[in-house]
Write a protein that binds this ligand. Structure first.
Ligand code: ADP
Length: 540
């Protein structure tokens, strides 16, 4: 845990490597709190960043209204109102772009300044240690702690400041939208995709070069530190610690300046893109999916490659089953499609367009998912099923519930669909929750279904009801389905089976094609499953 190590050094309690190691065990929570306490001195910038975040979140909620009404007016050719809305749309998107840019700048500057403070303090902490400490520690270890460890902590801090805060706000905004009028997403920005890509490409090239210089400077700081620490006796004998600290500081300052310049340019690119990007939402979707050479690792375990070059094409309306041993990366593919995370490299295309370039909310409108662990809100069953939908009819809701095998159990409650669930309401079983989630999803008529079939937590009867509902969903057709499949019966019916192992698709084809490869992974999996099911029957 580099941050704790740094904090320990800063507090001057470091007395040998043991001190660092024991401090490495601090819990994750503590880690976050410590990171935040270090960022406290940047309270001004953080406050400004949060203010801009609120403004952009607010204007993002307002923008679709104007996009929708402009589209309506285009259809109705009502010219006067049209003009006013166009002006407002441009004004709000300008606000959105500018504040979005400033927000990015603030958070990115906080991260870079905290990084610099940490580096300086850590170096001072190390260089003033007892000589006995240097006897016990190699200079290589020290320098790696000074650069790599400290460098890698700017990432979680960035994440806290931008992603976490934004997601919390999105969550709050989602609730607000529940009670807000119907708003229509429209597409305006097909024409703006080209300039956005151009600006992004220019920025990326420039930024890469700048960051190359920045890392070179950091490496110089590193070697200045290594030199000073390697000659610690001379430094101590001449009392030149302050000289060395200043030398080190000048390098980290130059690196920070480059970093801040990058932050300015980045925020400029974001501001322009946000302005142009306005309507990169989608009104209709066919539902074809393509993964192109997708690499991914989770931020917390960067050395562990979870997807190692996945290529997969699922045509519109087809069912693709992901199978393979646990840990192969199947659920991760679902996470990436939901855009919980972005690929480290490679692309995910939806209807031929990069998922990253699409408006997340409009993508989610066309995607349905039933997670293994379904969350319910502490409100009525009706509100849970229709969560986030601006309009729906009772008939539609009941039809969706019937298809999801949920209607009967709902009607058995005295208050039917008005029954409150969750806290201080009825406690639903896992299977019931899943069936409500299926109803919730069905009501949205998504073009793409992402399913994780694992139903291990359910009792046999619930499992059968959930499976029946899922089978119905898949068999109904007209939707592209990607599912993490465990049951042979589901897999057998899929149009395409992708066998995942160690983050790669190792076999691809239909059941009939793959089963003939005797030594193939799939054939072996099937043999094992048939065998274990036969055993189960024998036991019963
Ligand atoms: P599968 O669905 O095939 O069982 P997963 O996609 O769930 O595989 O996991 C692939 C690998 O990623 C596993 O080694 C797992 O431990 C790791 N992993 C999954 N989620 C996370 C996470 N949030 N953070 C770190 N590692 C994760």
């Amino acid at each position: 845990d580099p941050l704790s190590a740094a904090v320990v050094v800063r507090e001057g309690t470091l007395r040998g490597d043991k001190g660092i190691r024991s401090e490495m065990d601090v819990s994750h929570q503590k880690y976050l709190i410590r990171a935040l306490s270090l960022a406290r001195q940047e309270a001004g910038l953080i406050t400004l960043g949060i203010f801009c975040l609120l403004v952009t979140a607010g204007s993002s909620l307002i923008l679709p209204n104007y996009q929708g009404s402009i589209l309506d007016r285009v259809i109705q050719s009502d010219v006067p109102g049209f003009r006013a809305d166009v002006v407002l749309l441009i004004a709000f998107s300008f606000v959105n772009g500018v504040f979005g840019g400033i927000r990015g700048l603030c958070f990115s500057m906080v991260a870079k300044r905290v990084l610099k403070t940490l580096q300086d303090r850590l170096f001072r902490g190390v260089i003033t240690q007892d000589i006995a400490y240097f006897d016990a520690t190699t200079s290589g270890e020290l320098t790696s702690r000074l650069t790599n460890d400290v460098g890698s902590m700017s990432e979680p801090l960035n994440w806290m400041l931008s992603t976490l805060l934004r997601n919390l706000l999105n969550l709050a905004g989602g609730f607000v939208m529940c009670f807000y009028t119907s708003w229509k997403l429209s597409m305006l920005a097909f024409t703006t995709m080209a300039p956005i890509m151009h600006i992004t490409a220019i920025y990326s090239r420039w930024s890469r070069e700048l960051n190359r210089k920045r890392y070179a400077l950091l490496a110089e700081a590193n070697s200045a530190a290594a030199e000073a620490l390697g000659n610690i006796r001379t430094v101590r004998a001449f009392s030149t610690e302050d000289v060395e600290v200043e030398r080190f500081k000048s390098k980290t300052l130059a690196a920070m300046v480059k970093g801040v310049r990058d932050a300015y340019a980045y925020s400029g690119a974001v501001a322009i893109n946000n302005w142009l990007d306005l309507g990169a939402s989608i009104t209709s979707m066919n539902g074809s999916i393509k993964l192109e050479n997708v690499f991914f690792h989770y931020q917390m375990r960067p050395q562990h490659s979870v997807l190692a070059g996945v290529n997969l094409t699922v045509d519109e309306g087809k069912v693709c089953a992901l199978v393979g041993r646990s840990g192969g990366g199947k659920s991760t593919i679902i996470h990436l499609l939901m855009r919980f995370y972005d690929p480290v490299s490679g692309r995910i295309l939806l209807d031929g367009r990069d998922l990253k370039d699409l408006n997340l909310r409009s993508v989610h409108r066309h995607m349905g998912t039933v997670a293994q662990d379904t969350q319910m809100f502490a409100c009525s069953i009706e509100e849970n099923i229709t969560y986030g939908l601006p309009t729906y009819s009772k008939e539609e809701m009941e039809e969706a519930s019937r298809q999801a095998n949920a209607h009967d159990f709902i009607m058995r409650f005295p208050e039917g669909y008005a029954t409150r669930v969750g806290e201080r309401g009825v406690r639903l079983s896992g299977g019931q929750r899943q069936r409500l989630a299926i109803a919730r999803m069905l009501l949205r008529k998504p073009k793409i279904l992402l399913l994780d079939e694992a139903t291990s937590a359910l009792d046999t009867e619930s499992e059968a009801l959930v499976q029946q509902a899922l089978d119905r969903l898949i068999e109904a057709g007209g939707r592209t389905v990607i599912l993490v499949a465990h049951r042979l019966s589901t897999v057998r019916n899929a149009h395409q089976i992708a066998v995942m192992e160690k983050g790669r698709v190792v076999e691809l084809g239909t059941h009939d094609q793959l089963i003939t490869k005797n030594e193939g992974v799939y054939a072996r999996l099937v043999r094992r499953q048939v065998y274990s099911e036969a055993n189960k029957i024998a036991e019963d």
